[in-house]
Design a protein around this ligand. Sequence first.
Ligand code: G6P
Length: 609
Amino acid sequence: MCGIVGAIASRDVVPILTEGLKRLEYRGYDSAGIAVLNDGIRRVRRVGRVVEMENAVRAEDLKGIIGIAHTRWATHGGVTESNAHPHVSNDEIAVVHNGIIENHEEQRARLKGLGYVFESQTDTEVVAHLVHHYFKASGDLFLATRKTAADLRGAYAIGVVALADPDTMTGARMGCPLVVGLGDGENFLASDVSALIAETRRVIYLEDGDVVALQRSGVRVVDRAGTEVHRVVHISELSANAVDLGPYQHYMQKEIHEQPRAVSDTLEGVIDSGVDAEGLFGAGSESVFRDIDSVLLLASGTSYYAGLVARFWMEGVARVPCSVELGHEYRYRDSIPNARQLIVTISQSGETLDTMEALKRAKELGQPHTLSICNVRESAIPRASRFVFYTRAGAEIGVASTKAFTTQLAALFTLTLAIAKAKGRLGPTAESDAIAQLRFVPGSIQHALNLEPQIQAWAERFAQREHALFLGRGIHYPVALEGALKLKEISYIHAEAYPAGELKHGPLALVDASMPVVVIAPNDALLEKVKSNMQEVRARGGELYVFADLDSHFTESEGVHVIRTPRHAGLLSPIVHAIPVQLLAYHTALRRGTDVDKPRNLAKAVTVE
Ligand code: G6P
């Protein structure tokens, strides 16, 4: 989704801004732009990749010691150069913005009444004109930005520069992340720490309602009440080379192959020290886990599917009623609050607006127990939660989530064990058995990765198709959902997942020789049922592609292709079976020549509704 970078320094900031935008590319965007103050506002915008903007910047020899830059993911107005940011008001104010201004129509009408002329279809342009309007009256950019922020409704992070004040840059946030980077005699603004990591590790995470003024010598922050505040300075641990591709062709491929390490790092705490709730989830968690009467898992996209798997563990192992809901559905629903329920948000980025808003809603409803499972330290969702478990997947750049999913599952199983133990439902033998099972998981993932050549052969055939059906039952149904999601996201093949038992209630009508049917069928309690569902497909001429394990005793026959993982992973089998469906999607997309890491229309961190 949109990205912001800003810099105020005594050296040319154009390379800092361009490099920062490149580090934000993974979020997904469709146009890029930059504006610096240098004898006027000098602006370059391009539809397409940052590199196209960079070429134009070079051709124009753009330079400046203060500037802002942006990658845009279109919401209001099409993908055109005139809608790309920065937006400028009267050649005097330039603005970049992430998020959505909900009252932009009302503000647009007001500003037109004041004589402002609009050049784009964006909601952002009202911000530029509002700042201009207030700056004209006061000559104070900080004050003008505060007054502007007070007029805006919706979610935003903004960065502003004014031609008449080349020694100040301002920013404001409400609902969208914005960080300040502190340098020596220079300061920075960005939507994401990764944009700044080449320049500084000293960062301030702004809070909702904050407005900031950056000068070369320092920064000032006021909160939503207008009071000057001191925000804590954090030292970011993000690795500067986390975004290196290494020997891989795509980030998604790299991230799929990193899973044995990512899962083993995530499990390190529980494997080394046992199921110690306080050590794993934070002080006070054990007594909360003892007292809760249910769990509600809230998430979006792939993280939601991790929640669907975890429901089986929560109810089957910890014996706690568990429901799973998409954040954007929960937040608008008239649900029944329960102060004894544990609210668990699952998010790779920790920024997804739908999940964040669902968490806020739960808190407003008076639900005190909140826990976040997240991959990005200090991001918004864990900061708003009482307890936190950080997955240790490392930076995930590919838009289609892979290692975040399997590490989330590892974390959710750990949480299940901690709740079970706090409630006296996990004795010492069961605990050491569970830990022994966990110890096997990274090795089983590696075995699944070794199936890649066989999966590549399947991908050749899938690449020719326009539709695919994924089936699974019970704890493997969410893996079928994840397989269909991965395939449609990156190969653009229409794919749907169903619980196999539902086949005869509708999707069977779609089955013929041209519809490949992928079945997730390792040995579990429902295997015989799945086998019957597979017969229903074969009887209609459908071709089956079965992911099984050694214990499920499948043999290949006409129209039935089988790939077996070499080990049965018991309750943890969904973690292992996520691997082959990721590889199938990746290799199919590769054959179709799509942009695997940046699929069209999608974004990595979805910070708008
Ligand atoms: C976007 C991404 C998905 C991700 C979802 C939830 O749609 O493209 O890969 O699963 O957001 O993101 P989160 O960061 O909250 O896990």
